[in-house]
Design a protein around this ligand. Structure first.
Ligand SMILES: [Zn+2]
Ligand SMILES: [Zn+2]
Length: 435
C-alpha cells in the first residue's frame, strides 16, 4: 500500500507539501513551501522519520520556501535542477531578510539544504530506495519547473506541480507525452474555473498600449513578479521590436542575470540576450531618480504592488495622465494592485522599522491602468485537455487529487472529473489516501 499525505495547498494556494510513503515505510517529500497566511505559514507537521529524499517542482516559495525547516532535523538529498536551486536560494534569502514573520529557520538551514542538493535531469529515473524512483518531466510553468513521476511499490503517481501547457516566449510548454500509464495524479487547480484570453491578441493589445503611452512621452510601469513574468514581459517587447527605453529593477534584475547563466532552461536565449543587452539595469536607489523623469518602460516587482522597487516609482506615474500602470499577473483580493484595478485608487502602507521609514500612500490614479492576463498556469480548457491526455493503468483505478487552488476551484474540478468517470477528490489538509 502506498500512502499519500496532503500537508498543504489543499483548497488553498500556498504551503505545498505532499508526503508519499511506501509499504516498507520509506518516504519522499514533494515540495515544501510556505503559505501566505500568518497563521498557517508552514505545511502541516508530520512524522518524517525514514525520509529518503525531497523532490522540488520549482522555485516559487509556495513550493520551496519552507524547505530549510526540514534541514533543521534531517539531512536528506534534495533533488532539483541548477536554475531552480539558484532562484530558490535567492527567494528564500530575500524572504528571510524582509519578512516580518519569524520563520523557524534561517540561513544556516539554507546552507545545509544546498549541501544536500543533487541535480536531476528531466527524463532520468532516479532511485531513492528499493522499489522507489522519481523522474522529472518538463512542466512549462517557469524556467526549470518540472512535474514529478514517482514509482513506488509498482504504483505510478504523477504530481503535476504548477503547469502550463501553452508555450510562452520564455519557455516551452509542459510535456505530457512522456508520461507513462498511471495509478494516480495530483494536479494543480489554480485556474480550473477560468479561461485565459488568447495569448496573441493579448500581446498585440499590450504592446500597442505600451507604444501609445511612451510615444506620447509617458512612462509605463509594469509591476511584475521578479521570477519569469518580468522576463516574459521583456521578451514580448523584444518580439514586437519595441524601440523605446526599458528599465528593470529589484528582484527582476537579479533573476534575469541568473537566467542568462542558465541558457539551456530558456527557450530562445539569443532573443533574451538581445533584449537584456538594451535593457537598463537599475542597480542603485539613486539611479532611479533620472528613470522617473524618463519616458519608457519600467519593469519592477512586486507584481501586486505590495512592496518592492515598483513603489519607489509609482507616485509620479499615478499623477501623470500621460503615463500608465499595466499589471501582468493575478491580483489577490486586498492587494494594492487589486485596489487600483477595482477602485482606481492606489493605497499602500508600509513601515520599515529597521530604517524607521513609514510610507503611507493614498492616490487616485490619473494615469491609465489595466490588467493583462499573462498567466503561467493552464486554464480550465487546458487543464481538462491535459487530464484527458494522461493514461491510467487500470480504467477503474483513475485517481485524481485536485490541489493548489481555492476551495471552489479544487472542489469544482474534482466534481467535474467525477462526472467524467474519474475517481477524483479535493483533499483537505492532513488527509491520507492509500493506493
Ligand atoms: Zn509556481
Ligand atoms: Zn504554486
Amino acid at each position: 500500500m502506498v500512502k499519500i499525505s496532503f500537508l498543504g495547498s489543499c483548497r488553498e494556494i500556498g504551503r505545498s507539501g505532499i508526503l508519499v510513503e511506501s509499504k516498507s515505510g520509506s518516504k519522499c517529500l514533494l515540495d515544501y513551501g510556505i503559505g501566505f497566511n500568518n497563521d498557517n505559514r508552514l505545511p502541516l507537521q508530520t512524522d518524517i522519520s525514514n525520509l529518503k529524499a525531497i523532490a522540488l517542482t520549482h522555485s516559487h516559495i509556495d513550493h520551496s520556501g519552507a524547505l530549510p525547516f526540514i534541514y533543521k532535523t534531517c539531512k536528506v538529498p534534495l533533488f532539483t535542477n541548477s536554475i531552480s536551486l539558484e532562484i530558490t536560494e535567492l527567494l528564500i534569502r530575500d524572504m528571510i531578510r524582509i519578512s516580518k514573520f519569524p520563520y523557524p529557520f534561517g540561513f544556516r538551514e539554507l546552507d545545509y539544504l544546498k549541501q544536500h542538493t543533487y541535480f536531476l535531469e528531466n527524463g532520468i529515473r532516479q532511485r531513492i530506495d528499493d522499489n522507489f524512483y522519481l523522474t522529472f518531466i518538463d512542466a512549462g510553468h517557469i524556467p526549470g519547473s518540472v512535474s514529478i513521476l514517482l514509482e513506488v511499490d509498482n504504483k505510478r503517481l504523477f504530481y503535476s506541480g504548477d503547469i502550463n501547457t501553452q508555450k510562452t516566449n520564455l519557455i516551452t510548454s509542459a510535456n505530457y507525452l512522456d508520461v507513462p500509464q498511471l495509478d494516480a495524479v495530483i494536479i494543480e487547480s489554480t485556474y480550473a474555473l477560468k479561461e485565459h484570453p488568447p495569448r496573441k491578441l493579448l500581446e498585440d493589445k499590450f504592446v500597442e498600449r505600451v507604444i501609445n503611452v511612451t510615444e506620447n512621452g509617458g512612462t509605463v510601469l509594469i509591476p511584475a513578479f521578479g521570477v519569469a513574468r518580468s522576463q516574459e514581459a521583456l521578451l514580448i517587447l523584444e518580439k514586437y521590436n519595441y524601440s523605446g527605453k526599458i528599465f528593470i529593477d529589484g528582484l527582476a534584475r537579479k533573476v534575469s542575470n541568473i537566467y542568462l547563466n542558465h541558457p539551456k532552461f530558456i527557450k530562445d536565449i539569443k532573443a533574451f540576450r538581445r533584449i537584456i543587452k538594451r535593457t537598463h539595469f537599475i542597480k542603485k536607489r539613486k539611479d532611479r531618480i533620472p528613470v522617473k523623469k524618463s519616458s519608457g518602460v519600467i519593469i519592477s516587482p512586486s507584481g501586486m504592488l505590495k512592496g518592492g522597487a515598483a513603489i519607489d516609482y509609482i507616485e509620479p506615474i499615478l499623477n501623470d495622465p500621460n503615463s500608465a500602470i499595466y499589471l501582468v499577473g493575478y491580483q489577490v483580493e486586498g492587494s494594492p494592485g487589486r485596489g487600483l484595478l477595482d477602485n482606481g485608487i492606489f493605497e499602500f502602507q508600509e513601515t520599515n522599522n529597521k530604517k524607521d521609514i513609514f510610507k503611507n500612500l493614498q492616490i487616485e490614479a490619473k494615469c491609465d491602468y489595466d490588467y493583462f492576463d499573462f498567466s503561467s498556469h493552464a486554464d480550465s480548457i487546458h487543464l481538462y485537455e491535459y487530464i484527458e491526455n494522461l493514461n491510467f493503468q487500470n480504467k477503474n483505478c483513475n485517481n485524481i487529487f485536485c490541489i493548489h487552488g481555492d476551495n471552489k476551484s479544487t472542489t469544482t474540478l474534482a466534481s467535474e472529473l467525477v462526472k467524467n468517470g474519474y475517481n477524483s477528490v479535493a483533499p483537505e489538509i492532513g488527509e491520507i489516501y492509500q493506493l
